[in-house]
Design a protein around this ligand. Structure first.
Ligand code: SF4
Length: 333
């Protein structure tokens, strides 16, 4: 490597081993990889459109499809994605952490799929109206109660891991030890998967999210029964978040106006620190305000009172069923 000498800026100093250093070059590879990955959705959609034209001879106007994982964090992000805003590249450390998480995720899914009978891994979940497409991790058949559960694995950092607590759990879940309140973004995502499976007639009775602390390997589990509370939450996600964003984005997507004039959905983020991690923060004025002032100024949706009552009744029915089937699992309770 050649650099200018501090004392005499015109004199050049040669550091021969600097020429052989690999880390700066590998960092460039990772940044390039991360950029390609961010762009791959649009490229993939373009290839699909061209193929549809080739094999069916028709060219349907391109419709934007929502991703449950992005939408559950904030639907405004979907607007930036739809209109082709370039996401800020992650830091090298961020890319490496993400890749470690992806590799561990893939490996654990392989193990669970091989060992748990009647489980199905990476099931595509698609709904047409509104257009949403994603992939759930694992559909597990519970042989005790003869019902399905949707299981999702999340690898997270120590800060969000520590924030997972039990204090806001509904009353009927508090008597079960070692289950935690899920983070609101993942809750929307996994409940959408449960809802979509049930639409297909698959009897999914609850959702489980297993959180892994990426540093220590520690785990925490969130369990979300499919009850009135879950139904109200997923209805709110689809009706009040995705549907209005779908109308807005798909109306403006093909309008011949500058990108800056295209309408973006209102933020739906429920945890203010997520704006700090958002790759669109530099474009997003409301997100910058949330980062400074928190979420206090945004209205929070509250489920009506009858929802909690009906959820409690369902918990009673599940208890009766367990007693009727004479299921006792002292090691699990
Ligand atoms: S910065 Fe915050 S409000 Fe803006 S798109 Fe990202 S998550 Fe949503």
């Amino acid at each position: 490597m050649v650099k200018k000498k501090d004392s005499d800026p015109n004199a050049l100093v040669v550091e021969p081993y600097g020429l052989y250093k690999m880390l700066p070059r590998l960092d460039k590879v990772l940044l390039r990889y991360s950029q390609d990955n961010n762009e791959s959705y649009d490229e993939y959609k373009d290839i699909q459109d061209e193929t549809t034209q080739d094999i069916f001879g028709v060219n349907e106007p391109k419709r934007f499809t929502f991703n449950p994982s992005t939408s559950s964090v904030c639907v405004r992000k979907e607007g930036y994605r739809a209109y082709g805003y370039k996401p800020e590249p992650s830091s090298i450390e961020g890319i490496i952490i993400t890749e470690i998480g992806k590799a561990a995720h893939r490996q654990l899914l392989n193990i669970f799929r091989r060992y748990i009978e009647k489980s199905r891994a990476e099931v595509d979940v698609i709904s047409e109206s509104p257009p949403i497409s994603g992939r759930l991790d694992l559909l597990v058949y519970n042989h005790l109660v003869k019902e399905y559960q949707v299981l999702d694995l999340k690898f997270i950092g120590i800060y969000p891991f520590k924030k997972l607590g039990r204090s806001e759990l509904p009353q009927e879940l508090l008597s079960t030890k070692d289950i935690y309140k899920p983070s609101p973004d993942y809750e929307d995502q996994i409940l959408y998967y449960v809802w979509a499976q049930r639409q297909k007639g698959i009897d999914v009775t609850c959702a489980n999210i297993i959180y892994f602390d990426r540093d220590s390997g520690k785990r925490k589990e969130a369990l979300i029964p499919w009850d009135a509370r879950a139904e109200a939450r997923v209805a709110n996600f689809i009706e009040n978040k995705i549907k209005p964003a779908d109308i807005l984005i798909n109306e403006d997507l093909h309008r011949d106006i500058p990108r800056e004039e295209k309408r973006l959905p209102e933020p739906s983020v429920e945890l203010d620190y997520l704006c700090g991690y958002c790759n669109y923060l530099k474009y997003c004025v409301p997100g910058q305000k949330i980062g400074r002032e928190g979420l206090g100024h945004l209205k929070k949706e509250r489920a009506p009172r009858w929802v909690a009552k009906t959820a409690q009744e369902r918990a009673e029915k599940m208890k009766e069923k367990a007693e009727r089937l004479q299921i006792s699992q002292p090691n699990l309770l």
